[in-house]
Design a protein around this ligand. Structure first.
Ligand code: ATP
Length: 306
């Protein structure tokens, strides 16, 4: 019997450097702070879904190095089952994040490392994990051919598919028809449909475009305005869940996707799962960090019961 959530994606170690400005080429400057923590959309979504009560398998590749150890420790703590290939000749992915210490603006370099080599044969090796799960989730941080192949496996096994088309990169049109749910944020949705999304009407028009391309349901996340759930014959605006002042919205989208997938895998209907995803993200934005900010099931249930 199918159960749980399988996720194909990448892990990167987020290394954040605070400084008054970016150094010029050839220059060294003194920073004012540093942190290192687990990141990568798929990895964050896996942690969010596991903490939110799902059995989660995370499919990826990491290197045999210090950042790889950070990944393994993250999954052990969150209770995520790892389906990881550990490579000897590639580093674990890492992100350099420069954060301006007065404005908070950032500039980022991401290198996917081992996860950037995920190919169709790696996905084939994970076929059983995908086919046995109730819900499959992927994004676009690993090579697109791998995401496409995994969605095909999930669809032909009757697994509910969720595609988070982030970052906004080009992908083959056939991927739309493999999605039970597509979950872009408003910027990604605007890039995909080719017009800006400023109002709920715009989001509904974008939802119509996604449906015409073959997705089952489009769920467009709208930041503090919540989510537009757009299914054939049913379009519902679900407001964001406020759980206190938002102090760090990084990873809000990953919290939403992880919470949504968790609720679906445990039998919730799609709209109920959207509300659960909003509660998950609503709590996460009140805490610093990405993976460490993801709430536990009991916390989400307490918010849902209000
Ligand atoms: P990120 O790229 O930072 O991970 P995103 O752009 O993918 O985020 P958003 O649309 O900003 O995703 O947010 C996802 C969900 O998180 C929203 O649909 C909403 O439910 C919740 N959320 C975001 N910001 C807030 C906020 N300020 N207060 C409450 N909930 C929020």
């Amino acid at each position: 019997m199918k159960s749980g959530v399988s996720i194909l994606g990448i892990f990167v170690a987020d290394t954040a450097y605070l400084a008054p400005r970016m150094p010029a080429l050839g220059e060294t400057i003194t920073g004012s702070g540093f942190s290192v923590g687990p990141g990568g959309k798929g990895s964050n979504q896996a942690v969010a879904a596991a903490r939110a009560g799902a059995e989660v398998s995370f499919i990826s590749k990491i290197g045999r190095d210090t950042f790889g150890d950070l990944a393994l420790k993250t999954y052990e703590q969150a209770g995520v089952t790892t389906k990881l290939t550990i490579m000897d000749d590639q580093p674990t992915g890492a992100a350099f994040i420069y954060v301006n210490d007065s404005t908070g603006d950032n500039a980022i370099i991401v290198y996917a490392g081992a996860a950037g080599t995920i190919d169709v044969s790696d996905v084939e090796a994970a076929q059983e994990t995908i086919a046995q799960s109730a819900v499959f989730v992927t994004q676009l941080e690993q090579p697109v051919e791998a995401a496409l192949h995994a969605l095909k496996i999930a669809r032909s096994a009757g697994v509910t598919t969720i595609f988070n088309p982030a970052p906004a990169e080009a992908f083959p049109a056939e991927m739309y028809r493999l999605c039970d749910f597509i979950i872009p944020n408003e910027t990604e949705a605007a890039t995909l449909v080719g017009f800006p999304i400023d109002t709920l009407d715009d989001a509904q028009s974008a939802g119509d475009v996604f449906l015409s391309r073959g997705v089952g349901v489009a769920i467009i996340t709208l930041g503090a305005r919540g989510v537009l759930f757009h299914a054939p014959g049913e379009s519902v605006h679900v407001p964001a869940t406020s759980c206190g002042p938002a102090i760090d919205t990084t990873g809000a989208g990953d919290a939403f996707v992880g919470g949504f997938a968790s609720a679906l895998s445990r039998g919730a209907g799609p709209l109920q799962a959207v509300r659960f995803g909003c509660a998950t993200a609503g709590i996460a934005v009140t805490r610093r960090g990405t993976a460490p900010a993801m709430p536990m099931l009991s916390e989400i249930e307490a918010v849902m019961a209000r």
